[in-house]
Design a binder for this molecule. Structure first.
Ligand code: PGA
Length: 259
């Protein structure tokens, strides 16, 4: 079972996860971080900034989960730009060591395999940050994605395009295709940390954590992982059946275990 941590708000979630990541980087200056875009991970990146002051981050490596296909990498909403703006620059990471999947249409059929090879070359991902879509996607693995899937091109659902339209002038500007780490790729990371905030995520979180293992709710794949941590606020936890037990377990957890 994933460990479920119910926190007061997204700031508390950011601090909890950032404490853990900062300790990981201090212990291993070559840590490989799996980075997520979207609104959800922002409190983690914000809380990481002061925690990494004075820490050598020059060798930290990063792999983003996904990218839009056909978007100009210089577009402010390309995930390359988002990762540069939200993670690489504020945390002072070496941009050459932080990769996003290549969404250039030319040769797109090979970009998935190239990305998998790059992750493998880096020794695999130590900690993968994840959000979850209202339709249960993780990365851009939309409902129906195989649990064994690798980095590849996917078609975004209408719902995801609507959800992401807020970042663009209109829904018509949201790309139709993406290139995303697969569920199989994500499951190879050594630690998964999934965050979710707000009522709108409550059904997806309950399905992922307590529902059946099903490709119809890709987030349920985390049940297959030996070390998955789910950090949610009260609203996102509101449909969990065993919330009282999760609180009890976390409150009584030995400090040395961390998350
Ligand atoms: P959000 O997106 O963090 O912007 O809500 C999450 C996701 O789609 O994975």
């Amino acid at each position: 079972m994933a460990e479920i941590v119910i926190v007061r708000d997204k700031e508390a979630a950011g601090e909890l996860v950032a404490d853990h990541i900062a300790a990981l980087v201090r212990e291993n200056p070559e840590a490989v971080l799996g980075l997520a875009t979207g609104s959800t991970p922002l409190p983690v990146y914000e809380a990481l900034r002061p925690r990494l002051q004075g820490v050598d981050v020059s060798r930290v490596r990063g792999f983003a989960l996904d990218e839009y296909v056909g978007i100009d990498p210089a577009h402010p909403e390309s995930y390359r730009s988002v990762i540069t703006r939200e993670v690489v620059e504020p945390l002072g990471l070496n941009p050459e060591l932080v990769r996003t999947p290549d969404g250039t249409p030319e040769g797109i059929e090979y970009h998935g395999e190239e990305y998998e090879a790059a992750i493998l070359d880096a020794g695999g991902i130590d900690l993968q940050i994840l959000g979850i879509g209202t339709d249960g996607h993780i990365g851009f693995n939309e409902p129906g994605s195989s649990f064994a899937s690798q980095t590849r091109v996917k078609t975004l659902t209408e719902q995801t395009r609507r959800d992401n339209a807020r970042f663009f002038d209109s829904i018509d500007d949201v790309p139709m295709h993406c290139i995303t780490q697969g569920l199989g790729t994500i499951l190879r990371a050594r630690h998964l940390v999934l965050l979710a905030f707000g009522e709108g995520k409550a059904a997806a979180v309950a399905g992922a954590v307590e529902g059946p293992l099903t490709a119809s709710l890709p987030g349920s794949a985390i049940q297959l992982h030996a070390r998955a941590t789910v950090v949610v606020d009260e609203a996102a936890a509101s449909q969990l059946q065993r919330a009282a037990y999760y609180r009890y377990a976390f409150d009584n957890k030995p400090d040395w275990q961390g998350i």
